[in-house]
Design a protein around this ligand. Sequence first.
Ligand SMILES: [Zn+2]
Length: 246
Amino acid sequence: MEEFRAEPPDRGAPESLLVVAAHPDDIEFCVSGTVMRWIADGTRVTYCIVTDGDAGGYDERLPRQAMADLRRAEQVHSAKLSGVHDVRFLGYRDSFVEPTAELRRDLCRVIRQVRPRRAIIPSPEINWKRVADLHPDHRAVGDAALRAVYPEARNPFAHPELLRSEGLDPWIVPELWLMTGPTPNQYVDVTTVFERKVEALRIHTSQTAHFEDLAGLLRDWLAEHADAGGLPPGRLAEAFQIVKTE
Ligand SMILES: [Zn+2]
């Protein structure tokens, strides 16, 4: 019997994409291969990073502000390698993120400025299978970004100052992709860009230098996704849950 698939395979590159993430390096772990493939097909991409990752790293002697500066620099450098030149930081404190009205407004602002055809955000749901996905900042950013995409960015009466004072018209993001969620329904083949994805992750030296076999770890994880998505053996994939928002 043929396996049931809720979604057709690989949706292809959108005209524009906004990726929202909690920390510098989240994008490189979870979605950079997909981003590289879409950029090759002409997608215009913006990254929005909510915290500076100032609670990250392994060097206890390094002042936290220096860590934040380092991680911003790592993120900008790594994004460039993937072909992304528009990286925006919201400057929230690492490990203290809540889906406040302030954060939702800041995300709405970026959505209305960028006007993306597709957005990728963290899932607001818990994925019990992977310890890295348990970080509460990921879910808080997912929750805030979900509310910003629907309904706030499209509603002129939500955060009215954005329209009134900044002239930012409402914007409907037609398609939302969730990363790191427990119930993926879309798998993007990233085999051809795997080496560059690993390279982009290595640029986050403060976070990845201690991994003995970063490439192997990543390969195993992406092979699991490919297998779950029914791709042929030897392929590697990133996993998403697609949500229609209109
Ligand atoms: Zn993270």
